[in-house]
Design a protein around this ligand. Structure first.
Ligand SMILES: O=C1O[C@H](COP(=O)(O)O)[C@@H](O)[C@H](O)[C@H]1O
Length: 261
């Protein structure tokens, strides 16, 4: 059997956040060593809050520093709304994390959507794909962009990014970024990284917390059933790590690993 996703379960969100920090910083150092920058895409939903807990904690020395000036932050998915709209993933990440980076620290480069294309989700997706093309080199020279890290959430239906169970977008093979106009979770109009891009990342980390996630975690880890999160597990193997609290995996039959880098 091929290598499987790592499942790290913690008694509390604080313990999860501390391990997540160590993991993200290891990915940061690997990205900087590879190409002088850390290219990371983040989700909305419940992830930014836990991520902020991890990254805004005081540094415990030079090996534990968030090098914000090296960070290029992209969005794993985004809703087709203005950047100050309550549904905007950019606003969520800004409010929870970016605005709380202490003033004496450098700021990351943040790649938001271009809101002049909100009325045309295909164009919105194409324009965001061009942002990736500029950062990762041309589509002619690279078949797929390789993110250093994707930080993803898992919806209660098993969706991740804006890739929903049973949706035709799961079969997209060519686009890096795709529009969706019929998201079952509002708002309906969004753009998302496609499954091939997600599965091509150097590392993928899911964060899922709370008892509300345990039923879908059981389905993902015990049955799969083509759920988007399960497709990422299958596509990335042990490049994929789940950071969960015990409540999210209560009763889930899947081997937990002790966390270590
Ligand atoms: O709609 C979305 O939902 C997912 C999952 O959110 P969560 O609140 O259940 O963690 C999120 O990852 C995605 O970015 C967002 O657009």
């Amino acid at each position: 059997m091929g290598k499987q996703a790592n499942l790290y379960a913690f008694p509390s969100v604080d313990e999860l956040a501390s391990a997540l920090r160590a993991y993200v910083l290891q990915c940061q150092e690997a990205g900087i060593a590879r190409h002088g920058a850390f290219k990371v895409a983040v989700s909305g939903g419940s992830l930014p809050k836990t991520l902020a807990k991890a990254l805004l904690a005081p540094s415990e020395g030079s090996n534990d520093a968030v090098k914000w000036d090296k960070w290029e932050i992209f969005f794993a998915d985004e809703r087709a709304v203005p950047l100050d709209h309550e549904d905007s993933n950019y606003k969520l990440v800004k409010d929870e994390l970016l605005d709380k980076i202490p003033d004496d620290q450098p700021k990351p480069t943040v790649h938001a959507i271009d809101t002049q294309y909100l009325d045309d989700t295909q164009e919105l997706a194409d324009q965001y794909e061009q942002v990736l093309v500029k950062s990762f080199a041309s589509r002619d020279s690279v078949k797929l962009p390789i993110f250093d890290l994707l930080l993803l959430g898992c919806g209660p239906d098993g969706h991740t990014c804006s890739l929903f169970p049973g949706h035709e977008l799961l079969r997209e093979t060519s686009a890096w970024v795709a529009p969706i106009e019929d998201s079952p979770k509002p708002p309906a109009k969004r753009i998302t990284l496609t499954l091939p891009v997600v599965n091509h990342a150097v590392r993928v980390a899911f964060v899922a917390t709370g008892g509300g996630k345990k039923d879908i975690m059981k389905e993902i880890f015990e049955e799969g059933k083509g759920l988007p999160c399960a497709l990422v597990n299958e596509g990335t193997g042990d490049r994929c790590s789940w950071f969960v609290d015990n409540a999210a995996v209560e009763g889930v039959v899947y081997q937990r690993r002790p966390f270590s880098l």
